[in-house]
Structures are given as C-alpha cells and as structure tokens.
Design a binder for this molecule. Structure first.
Ligand SMILES: Cc1cc2nc3c(=O)[nH]c(=O)nc-3n(C[C@H](O)[C@H](O)[C@H](O)COP(=O)(O)OP(=O)(O)OC[C@H]3O[C@@H](n4cnc5c(N)ncnc54)[C@H](O)[C@@H]3O)c2cc1C
Length: 428
C-alpha cells in the first residue's frame, strides 16, 4: 500500500488551514515554509532588543465563522476576545471628539452608537451597495457625504485595504452582508499576540497529529510531468512525490506566477504600514479607531501601542521616523483619553513595519483568478483566491477548500503506461 501524503508549500494561515484539514481526516501533511518562522503575514516579531510585537494588528469579526472554527480546532478560541464590547471608541482627529460607534448596523438603532452624520439617505446608499448587481468603486455609490469619512472610508480600507475611490463594492458588500447577521459584528483581537494565540497553537495541533513543518525551505521549482507534480525542488533538497501524493501551493500570487507562469493571477498590491510605540500601555488591551488622521486604528497592549495605516500607498515610501513622529502627534490626545501617559511632544521609541504587499489591491475590476486545481495533483490556496476580501477568513477557507478539492480527486492518469518515463520540466 502506498502512503498518500499532502505536501503543503507555505505556512501562512492558508497553508496551516490546509494542513489542519488534511490531518483532521487522518491524512499525512508535510509543510514547507521559506521563512525561518511560520505564520506568513500573520506573525509576531521577536527581535534581539526584546521589543516583541506583531507585524501588524489583526482583527477578526464574529462573522468570520471559518477562522473561529479553526481557532476552536486548535484550542485557541478563548485567546481571542472582544476588547470593546460597548462599541468602538472612535476619535476624530479634526474635532478632537471621541464617541463610541457600534460595528453592527443593528446597534445603530441606538443614537449613541450611530456613526457621525448617518442619515436615512445614507442608509439607502448602503443598501444599494449591499445589493448592487454590478461591481463599481465604493465611493461611486456612497458619494462625498459625512458618512464617507466617519464610517465608509475607515471600514473600506480596514476590510479591503484599498481606498474607496477604487475599492470593489461587491467585495465590501460580501463582507458587510456577513457582518449584518445578529451577533456577527463583534471585533476580536488576540489576547497576547498572533504567534502565541494563533500560529503556535496551530503548530502544536499539527505536531500532535503527526504533521511536520520544515522552515527555511523555499520551493524553488516544481518538477512536473503528465499534468501532475512529480517533485519539489526546495532550498536544500528535492522531494520526489509518490504516485498518490498531492501538493497544495499556499502561496502569494507572485510566487504562484513564478512557479506556474501560465496561470492568471492578480498583480497589484496594497501596502499596510504599522508603527509600534514601546510604552506603558494598559493591563487589559484596548482598541481605538481614528478618523481624520493618517492612521485608522490602534491596539493598546500592556507594553506597547500598535498603530495601523491601511491602503498606505501615500506614506509607505516616506522616511519611517517622520511617519512615526507624525502619527504620534496625531494620536497622542486620543491615547490620553484612554488613560495613557501620552504627550504629543514626547514620542516613545518606535518601530515601523512596512508590509509592501500586505494584500492584493481589491479594486472594482475583474481580478485574474487561476483554476483552483491547475494540475491533477496540485491545488492552490491563499487569501487572494475567490471573491471574499483577502483576510484571515478567506485564507482559512482557501486552505480548507484546496484540501477538500484534492481529497477525492483522482490525481494520476490511469492511461499512462507505468514504464513510460515521466517528462520532467522546469515550470519556473
Ligand atoms: C499588516 C497586516 C495587517 C492585516 N490585518 C488583517 C486583519 O486585521 N484581519 C484579517 O483578517 N487579515 C488581515 N491581514 C491579512 C492577513 O494577514 C492575510 O490575509 C493572511 O495572513 C494571508 O495568509 P496566506 O496564507 O494566504 O498568505 P501568507 O501569509 O502570505 O503565507 C504565504 C507563506 O508562504 C511562504 N512562501 C512564500 N514563497 C514561498 C516558497 N517559494 N516556498 C515556501 N514558502 C513560501 C511565505 O513565507 C508565507 O509564510 C493583514 C495583513 C497584514 C500584512
């Protein structure tokens, strides 16, 4: 009897999700990751100076059912909690006002939880956005109204990491339709950090199920023949596949394009810039949104404050220290309102993390999408596949889907005579 293995390339959320799906059924998974640490775009940085923080704050919503199910499967659901159960504190940098806003549209029934400037015509426009049959930029539906600044713009860049003037109304609508469900609009963050509360529990679960994860192993080339993968040329080894072996490429689109150049993939990306200020925070993490400032939100942890600028094209190439100083001046008054000792003229030590290709650009245009099983024994996974916003949720779903596509698939050609040599070609 031959052993059927699933070789998973990429140990980001999509790859880990695929490995968890494969091993949940008793299958064997081997994961290869190029970086020294798993997690991909979802990771905690542990530099030598001891200033430990995530690459960037990640939030989940209770609407993200697949991500929450993954957390349950790895025993980490209770590590993700709601820092602002009474509504999101929102600081307006132009007026200095601070108010709480509900993230679920149902909470807007209470005037005190409504976004600033929300009117009945705005609700009609939001409804149009939710139901529109044709994709168009979010801004073309909402228009230049107060609600754009107080809700739609921050929401669009948070969900799609693309400015409303370009962002796809249909992708945003996909996310909003899920958020509307009662109880689905609660915002969750990791209690301690992404590695501790997500990646490490996933790795521990995989290890307990007998899966192996090899870090420092970049897939350099796919060896293919007869429309299937026959080998993986990695950093320091070549793994030849058995006849029943499967491969999942859980990689960003530019890596898929390099390995399988004939496939159509998205080629435009949007950056996210994060500034982490090392300072005494609050014992219980807090989350705060901003309007009228460069940054959109901050997560206050006991030892630091992490600030996020999504759709950061305009600032990502600026001098990091200048950006950190500008953001600090903007947000110090808001942090003081939360009870922190934050003086606009005394900026704490900071570290700027620039993720230049944080997500694909999710514009109102047809994004190139490859077939999900381009070779008989190979499936693709990654947050960029499908029509949902590119997030943890879509990465989890893509990993699950790739595993299930291959589970029942016939991955070899019965018509190929056994003694006929397979043609090995360099697909790169
Ligand atoms: C700063 C920031 C903030 C974000 N905020 C949120 C948020 O609040 N909520 C949310 O839901 N999502 C958020 N996201 C998006 C989320 O991080 C991604 O959607 C998700 O992590 C994508 O996972 P993935 O597995 O598809 O891709 P990746 O994380 O990119 O994983 C791909 C993996 O493949 C590895 N790899 C690449 N090439 C090779 C190769 N040739 N061989 C072997 N390995 C290779 C990479 O090192 C990487 O580990 C954010 C992203 C960033 C960058």
């Amino acid at each position: 009897m031959t052993t059927r293995r699933t070789h998973i390339v990429g140990a980001g959320i999509a790859g880990l999700s695929a490995a968890l799906t494969v091993t949940a059924d008793g299958g064997e998974a081997i994961v290869y990751e190029a970086a020294p640490q798993p997690g991909g775009r979802c990771r905690t940085l542990q530099p030598a100076d001891g200033f430990v923080h995530d690459n960037g704050t990640h939030v989940l919503f209770t609407a993200n059912g697949h991500a929450l199910d993954l957390l349950k499967a790895i025993g980490a659901r209770d590590r993700w909690f709601e820092p602002e159960p009474k509504g999101l504190p929102l600081y307006d940098g132009k007026t200095g006002e601070m108010r709480r806003v509900g993230l679920s549209p149902w909470s807007w029934l209470l005037p005190s939880r409504r976004p600033h400037g929300l009117t009945l015509p705005d609700l009609a426009r939001i409804l149009r956005l939710l139901l529109a049959a044709k994709d168009c930029p979010v801004a073309s539906i909402i228009g230049d109204r107060p609600i754009m600044d107080s809700l739609i713009e921050p929401l669009t860049v948070a969900v799609l990491n693309t400015p409303p003037a370009q962002a796809s109304s249909q992708r945003l609508a996909c996310a909003l339709r899920r958020l509307i469900r009662p109880g689905a609009g609660r915002l969750l963050v990791a209690r301690n950090g992404l590695s501790e509360d997500l990646i490490e529990p996933a790795l521990a679960t995989l290890a307990a199920r007998g899966a192996t994860v090899h870090t420092g192993q970049r897939l350099r080339r796919l060896l293919t023949g007869q429309e299937r993968v026959i080998g993986l040329a990695l950093t320091d080894r070549t793994v030849m596949l058995g006849p029943d072996d499967r491969v999942i490429l859980a990689l960003p689109p530019y890596e898929v394009e390099r390995l399988l150049p004939a496939l159509p993939v998205p080629t435009s990306f949007e950056p996210i810039l994060n500034v982490h200020y090392r300072m005494k925070g609050l014992s219980g993490p807090r989350f705060i949104g901003f309007t009228g400032t460069l940054a959109q939100w901050a997560l206050v942890r006991p030892s630091h404050v992490s600030v996020t600028v999504s759709a950061a094209d305009a600032v990502v190439d600026l001098n990091a220290a200048d950006v950190a100083a500008r953001i600090w001046r903007d947000i110090a008054p808001a942090l003081r309102r939360l009870g922190l000792d934050a003086d606009g003229d005394r900026q704490p030590e900071s570290r700027v993390v620039k993720e230049k290709r944080a997500t694909i650009r999710q514009a109102a245009e047809d994004l190139p999408q490859p077939p999900l099983r381009p070779l008989m024994n190979l499936a693709l996974a990654g947050d960029w596949l499908g029509s949902l916003p590119a997030t943890i949720e879509s990465a989890v779903m893509a990993g699950e889907h790739a595993a299930s596509l291959l589970r029942h698939a016939r991955c070899t050609r019965p018509t190929v005579p056994r003694d006929r040599p397979l043609k090995t070609e360099d697909a790169a």
